[in-house]
Design a protein around this ligand. Structure first.
Ligand SMILES: C[S@@+](CC[C@H](N)C(=O)[O-])C[C@H]1O[C@@H](n2cnc3c(N)ncnc32)[C@H](O)[C@@H]1O
Length: 213
């Protein structure tokens, strides 16, 4: 495909495909379990089309800031935000350079976005910076499969898949990324996706903290 077709596809088609894929029930059950744990001032990095919005507990969340560089994705979230009894603000920005003060957040939420953020290590350093010492990082991700045979297929598919799915990488290891950034995993689980999503590998979820010092 030529370069201008690729960028047209990335702008006009990929966000809708990603939104449709991420709306699947294969993802929803994990959102239902993890998102109600967010509390206080919450920052969601890689906010996308706002698919976590219905699962925030309005009694626990004082304020929610959604950060995403993709204006089309944020546009898809807008009608859901208007329908909510929650103080939500969206920022068009990258996880690698968060326009937020140090110690800003009690909770940072990242769901299915460490796969797509071009520099996840830089985003995790930013998340550490904006998270209070008592804060928590709640994550849900897909990534590296368990068996070597599946991992080999993920490596093969990685490039075409990334082009198709807005830059999503199949072969990242979110637990390794998060602990490598100095976070301590206080909960981490690894399961499987149902068969139509086998290429996504393992389904990860957990909570991490990064005490100061
Ligand atoms: C697979 S979607 C997941 C969206 C949403 N978190 C969800 O759970 O449905 C990945 C998201 O990461 C966003 N993204 C891409 N690059 C990013 C970056 N540098 N910083 C933050 N988010 C980014 C994309 O725009 C997209 O909305």
């Amino acid at each position: 495909m030529c370069q201008s077709c690729l960028s047209w596809y990335a702008r006009c088609i990929a966000p809708y495909l990603v939104h449709a894929g991420c709306s699947s029930s294969a993802f929803t059950h994990m959102r239902k379990r993890m998102i109600p744990r967010a509390e206080g001032v919450v920052v969601e990095v890689g906010f996308g089309s706002g698919l976590n919005l219905p699962y925030y507990d309005a009694a626990k969340v004082g304020r929610l800031v959604g950060v995403d560089p993709d204006g089309t994705m944020l546009g898809l979230a807008a009608p859901k935000i208007r329908a909510l009894a929650l103080d939500v603000e969206c920022l068009r920005a990258s996880g690698e350079s968060l326009p937020l003060a140090d110690n800003f957040a009690d909770t940072v939420v990242v769901t299915y976005a460490f796969c797509t953020i071009p520099d996840p290590e830089a985003a995790l350093a930013e998340i550490r910076r904006i998270l209070r010492p008592t804060g928590q990082l709640i994550f849900i991700e897909h990534g590296q499969a368990q068996g070597p045979r599946w991992r080999k297929w993920q490596e093969r598919l990685n490039r075409p898949w990334a082009r198709l799915a807005g830059g999503c990488q199949l072969n990242r290891d979110p637990l390794h990324l998060i602990s490598g950034a100095g976070f301590r995993l206080v909960q981490a689980e690894r399961g499987r996706f149902p068969l139509p999503f086998w290429q996504l590998g393992s389904h990860y979820a957990g909570v991490a903290v990064a005490p100061a010092g």
